[in-house]
Design a protein around this ligand. Sequence first.
Ligand SMILES: Cc1cc2nc3c(=O)[nH]c(=O)nc-3n(C[C@H](O)[C@H](O)[C@H](O)COP(=O)(O)OP(=O)(O)OC[C@H]3O[C@@H](n4cnc5c(N)ncnc54)[C@H](O)[C@@H]3O)c2cc1C
Length: 460
Amino acid sequence: MDTEVVDRLVAALGADRVQRGTDSDPRFHRDWTAAAPVVPLAVVLPRETREVSRALALCHAAGVPVVPQGGLTGLVGGAQPQADAVVINLSRMNAPPRVDAVARTVTAQAGVTLQALQEAADAAGLMFPVDFGARGSCQVGGAISTNAGGVQVMRFGMMRAQVLGLEAVLADGEVIDSMNALMKNNTGHDLKQLFIGTEGTLGIVTQAVLRLAERPAGRSVALARVPDVTAAYQVLRRLGRALPGLTAFEAMWPDYYAFATAALGEAPLPLDEGLTLLIELQGPDPQGDDERLTAELAELMGAGTVADATVAQSGVQAERFWALREANAELMRHFKRLSGYDVSIAAGATEAFVASCRAALAALSPPIRLLCFGHLGDGNLHLVVATDDAPGVDARQVKRCVHDAVGAFRGSISAEHGIGRDKRDDLGITRNAAEIALMRRLKAALDPSHILNPGKLLPA
Ligand SMILES: Cc1cc2nc3c(=O)[nH]c(=O)nc-3n(C[C@H](O)[C@H](O)[C@H](O)COP(=O)(O)OP(=O)(O)OC[C@H]3O[C@@H](n4cnc5c(N)ncnc54)[C@H](O)[C@@H]3O)c2cc1C
């Protein structure tokens, strides 16, 4: 039966669109989470929506599960294949994006990478404002399906805020064309929301119409040192009032900053016990912005809120500052036993939450290392827990500590990475029983045979 469906897929789509089981390219066998590779029944590589539709209709008729895949950079195992499933990978649906500079929109197929989208917008003098470290590999469909965030959310919002319309294919192969390009369209249910942030469990996104913003003339980037989170939020309030182009407000806790500066071999601000902030301003007047940012930071230093600060003197230096904040690859190279968490915590509770996590992890085993950084401007912390020096501790124990602390502080166990397979069983920490029951009803209505990305997002 299972090989029959593969034969039917080959017959319907052609051999160049379908890779069979062990003959399929190993890069589709695992996602970024470094879980053990799994060989699926087949990997389908469609080039157009009707091929996605045909593939889903065949899998639906055969009752065979389907795992949608984009660029495989997801951090919660959402795109991880399974042995009894067909993978539908969208990476060949990457025709050049079409920019409408007058309407300030771009229409892109699901397989276009975030970077290609940004470059298309840039070539038209505009900007696609969602940005994060995986830009070169992650795709429009994956970013929509995870409602990705990144480093400019506080000003421009997450992926959800950029999507005007989209096209998606339901589990049975029906194509839903909801390619709205209007800024305002209050005509009944906002159907696109069914597919944004639902991680391929309700349909496969095949293309989208996205909003663009004006491209800023330049950017000003600074590092600032504050004694604690309270002072960091004071800086945020003040800069938010004084500097309209404030785009990023990131924080690095001392242990993360010490790691990143050692790994990259430079420390623009000396190490101490305080928080290091990375601040970015994007505006129409780069020189004026530099001056305004410098002046504001000088006043904050005079008032004792900021202990030290430095404004980047060139684009290259700005990149070096950002490299400190985005030292993920260095973390993965340095530590062998790592787990990462992406949590949201209310502004007033951040300091206590980090202290509570640290205490819980130390109680588990003192040599555990907690490195903390994140998008403080929107209350989103990334916690990296390294257990290289605590070999007796396993990842499940670490997850319990962190997620229980999130629950105690009424935060979210996923600020932007989604739930996938890895956080599925803890969904109830952040969403209540009635909410989860409604999610199940939506799932049953749209995918009654439960073939789309089973085992992801919803607890068993
Ligand atoms: C270095 C690095 C930095 C990152 N930084 C951030 C960050 O700052 N903010 C952030 O939010 N995320 C971040 N991520 C996580 C990741 O890049 C995002 O979740 C991204 O949106 C995933 O896109 P993808 O195309 O790689 O999707 P995949 O990993 O392939 O898939 C992710 C999920 O979406 C589903 N899916 C994929 N394509 C489709 C489709 N067309 N239709 C329906 N479902 C689909 C999959 O089934 C899976 O559940 C980072 C990842 C890395 C590796």
